[in-house]
Structure formats: structure tokens, C-alpha cells
Design a protein around this ligand. Sequence first.
Ligand code: SD4
Length: 337
Amino acid sequence: MTKLSRREFVAGTSSAAAGLLSASASCAGPPSRSETEEPVDAGASRPARPVVVSTWKHGIEANAAAWRVLVAGGRALDAVEQGVRVTELNPKISTVGVGGNPDASGVVTLDACIMDEFGDCGSVACLREIANPISVARKVMENTPHVMLVGDGALEFALEQGFPRTNLLTPESEARWRKWKAADTKKRLEINVENHDTIGMVALDSAGNLSGACTTSGAAYKLPGRVGDSPIIGAGLYVDNDVGAACATGWGEAVIRAVGCHLVVEFMRQGQLPEDACRLAVERVIAKNPDYREIQVGFLALDKSGRHGAYCIQKGFNYAALDDDHENVLIDGEHAI
Ligand code: SD4
């Protein structure tokens, strides 16, 4: 896996980034897409060049699964669902799906949402015992008149739709939780920059359409019943097929307050490049959260032309990017502090 800082990526200091010399220095998008290139029109006859980006290091293997769908000419919606399912099923990832950190009572509850090129969307929150909440979210979108199902209702719906019950608590996640519970309250792991790593993924397919998915076990040891930003359309994920798509990671309460991903997309609608749109949204989060030094929030955006970028509060956020000119690379998000 190649890991690049965004500057290296833009400056083309590695072979993976070489083609980017033709791109603007203010954009981390693929090299073949210069700033002056016209946005892809969904109705245009010229096929778009697929691209997929997703949050954190685990985005690398998720992107690879999404890419198989995209290179076969598949729909971005299928790509993002297939991509993040890989992360949900990986028991070693302690922040998503199977093996995710439980709530304070030791129960793993999952949040996920998905959104397509038509603006259709589906979501589940506080869902127990189901390994792939993203696919349940898609069923909510496709098989119900609703957008969001939560808790017992979401579980009942998932079972009706044929999803099997799965024990999401692995021996490792249970051991971590027991350690946390046994610790003196003051030493308990706080919900901070170290214990959240949601996967958010946004993709552009060869038809020029955008979709996105976001899935998480949420903040570790959260209060039972707590729901973060990840299943909230507009907060943890937003897609506008005319403009771009964005996903979020980090302290969900701060993202919800800013309706973060909708804000990122609106900034792109106003003409901002993806990274600048993310930066402006982070600046809004900072302005509204006096405790911003204690938290992490990161946004990742992809525009209709396939350009992408990210921005976060604190150093340490990165995202995986894959298009047909590049291997799957990890890019550091620019940060505010
Ligand atoms: C939440 N935003 O539940 C999620 C957690 C997260 O990276 O993003 N982790 O608040």
C-alpha cells in the first residue's frame, strides 16, 4: 500500500502521484482531471472515469471491493455497498460492524446509511445483531416508504428481509469493553480522537453518477441508545448528483450540529473544490464547538468531476483513493490544528 501526504500526492513525488502534475495544486483529484475540465454531465454520452474514496486506512480494502463493481461498469450505489460491507465483516476493525466496540452496557449497536444518484436514501440506527447494516439501510431505501428505521424496529425489519442474526461482540471487543468497565471512572477511555474510525465511502461510476455509504459502531462505550451522525442523512453522508458527495468521520455530535456533509456539498455547489469545501465545513464545526481541541471531525468529498479532497480538525485523518490512473493510495487529510 502506498501512503502519501496530500502534498506529495499533488506534487507527484511518487510514481502513484506522477500523473497529478497536471492537476491543480489545490485539488487532490486524479491527474487526468484538470481544474479546467468540464464537469461530467450525468446525461453526457462521454463515459465518466470511475473513482472511489473512503475514510481511513481500512478504506484501502473497501475501495478494492468497490472498484470491482466500478470497473465492470456497475453502479456507484452497488460499489459503495459492496465496498463498506468488507469493512463491516472484518472482525479486526473495532469501529465498524462485526467486532465493533459495544456501548457502555456491552451491546454492539450499529449505525449506517446509504444514498444514491436520485437522492433516494435509507438508514438504520442502533441496530443490533446484524453484520451488514449498510445492506439493511439499502433495503429500507428500496423496500419501504421510509428513510430511517431504528432499534427493535430496524432489527425486526432486517430479520424479515432475511438477514441472519450475528453475534457482533468478538472475544477481543468484549475484552476491551471489560477492561474499560473495570477501570476507575476517571481512567475510562473517553470518546476522543482515538476511538472512532467510521468508514464513509463516496464513488463516481462510469455513467457519471455519484453514491455514498457510511457505516459504524459509533463512539466506543457510548450511552445505550446513542446515535451518532453516521446514519443521519446530511450529517454523516450526503449525495447530490448534480454537485458532489461527502462523508464524515469523528465526533458525531459535532457533525450533527453542523449538518456537516450537507454543508460540504453546499460549499461545492457554490464552486468550492472538495478540499476547500471540507475545510469550510470544519471551520464551521470549530466555530460552533468550543471544545474542538478535544475532538476529531473529518470530512471527505468527491465532486461530479471526480476531484476529491479531505479536511479535518486534528492531524491524523487519512483517506484511501482509487481511480483508473492510480493504485489504491492513502492520503493524509489537511488539518486545522
Ligand atoms: C459517531 N461519527 O458515531 C461516528 C464515529 C466515527 O470515525 O466517525 N468514527 O459519532
